[in-house]
Design a protein around this ligand. Structure first.
Ligand code: ADP
Ligand code: MG
Length: 360
């Protein structure tokens, strides 16, 4: 209780995302923004984390594996997740700061299990945290998007990350109804890989698939960015380098925007359906609020061109991409760090975890 007056300490907030981990330090802002990737050697030791590790994906020599411990919103590899969190916390906290044992607020995907929650809390403690509190991703996203989460009005947020899409209705400081869908940025990349394999017999790596998505991906029905005559005003094709499935040799292939729209149909439809289901499950009073205030899109997936418009057309509710969608979760988490005394009610499982049981 006495610890809620720690204005002088270097408390931190962590957005532990499936694709990117961001760390906020009180009084400093976001001090770290790295892909959630670790590279592990044959002995299981972590040899790189973050951007250094991501660069090695698909290029590692034998014996070294680059992996994303939080793929799909669940902790796929406990050990690696723990080591990543420790390494990133160490990087974000200079030695002297670590000694002050900060209070840490960590945003976790809402689909993680109780065991995984405890693993996150233990890792953060191991890395020097004095107190660890967790916040659910849709809540942090809603706060970061500037929605009035503790007022008696319904707000809807759709956070599209790498592994999961979280759709939630928030009101009076709580999550009223939510869906966590394992279809998000990675699924879009995978759909592109599958399409190019099927239609062009070309094998591409996951980083290439992501590059294609960011360069020419779209969730719209028709071509975007055309002038009055329908002539494209921006890039509409992408030169893909991959390996031919049949000959095994490297090959170059031109891919069009239209093909990628086609490839993305299934995962985009799944996201639209999840939003529909959440609206369906919403109490009528709150539905009224949402129609009036619209839906906020956050997470990196919110940047997929045409997605906000598409969701708006299919639901009849205005959809707005939040400012800096990739930073909403860390900003929401940061707010909980800065205003801990008034906002800690929004945190889940906030209680301090008991120290390891004393063996008798
Ligand atoms: P997480 O919270 O799971 O770590 P993020 O919110 O950081 O995820 O978003 C990462 C996802 O956003 C990745 O799948 C990435 O490919 C995607 N992304 C980033 N920029 C864009 C863009 N301009 N267009 C489409 N997708 C994007
Ligand atoms: Mg996220």
């Amino acid at each position: 209780m006495a610890s809620s007056t720690s204005s002088g300490t270097y408390d931190i907030g962590i957005d532990l995302g499936t694709a990117n981990t961001l760390v906020y330090a009180r009084g400093k802002g976001v001090v770290l923004n790295e892909p959630s990737v670790v590279a592990v050697n044959a002995a299981g030791e972590v040899i790189a984390v973050g951007a250094d590790a991501k660069r090695t994906i698909g290029r590692t020599p034998s014996g070294i594996t680059a992996m994303r411990p939080l793929r799909e919103g669940v902790i796929a590899d406990f050990d690696a997740a723990e080591q990543m969190l420790r390494a990133l916390m160490k990087k974000a906290l200079p030695g002297s700061r670590r000694l002050s044992r900060p209070r840490v607020v960590i945003c976790v995907p809402s689909g993680i299990t109780g065991v995984e929650r405890r693993a996150v809390v233990e890792s953060a403690r191991g890395a020097g945290a004095r107190e660890v509190h967790l916040i659910e991703e849709p809540m942090a996203a809603a706060i970061g998007a500037g929605l009035p989460v503790d007022e008696p009005v319904g707000c809807m947020v759709v956070d599209i990350g790498g592994g999961t899409t979280e759709v939630a209705v928030v009101s009076m400081g709580g999550i009223v109804t939510a869906q966590s869908l394992r279809v998000a940025g990675d699924a879009l990349d995978a759909a592109i890989t599958t399409y190019i394999k099927k239609e062009h017999s070309l094998a591409i790596g996951e980083r290439t698939a992501e590059e294609i998505k960011i360069a020419i991906g779209s969730a719209a029905w028709t071509p975007l960015d055309t002038d009055e005559e329908g002539v494209p005003t921006r890039r509409t094709s992408f030169t893909v380098r991959g390996r031919d499935h049949i000959s095994g040799l490297p090959r170059i292939q031109e891919i069009t925007e239209e093909e990628i729209r086609d490839a993305l149909t299934e995962p985009v439809d799944a996201i639209v359906r999840a939003v529909h289901r959440t609206l369906d499950a919403c109490p009528p009073e709150l539905s009224g609020d949402i129609i009036e205030r619209g839906i906020a899109l956050t997470g990196g997936g919110a940047l997929l061109r045409g997605l906000a418009e598409r969701l708006g057309e299919e639901t009849g509710v205005p959809v707005v991409v939040a400012d800096q969608p990739l930073d909403c979760v860390v900003n929401g988490t940061a707010k909980c760090v800065d205003e801990f005394a008034s906002l800690h009610g929004l945190l889940t499982g906030a209680k301090q975890q008991p120290r390891k049981a004393v063996r008798l």
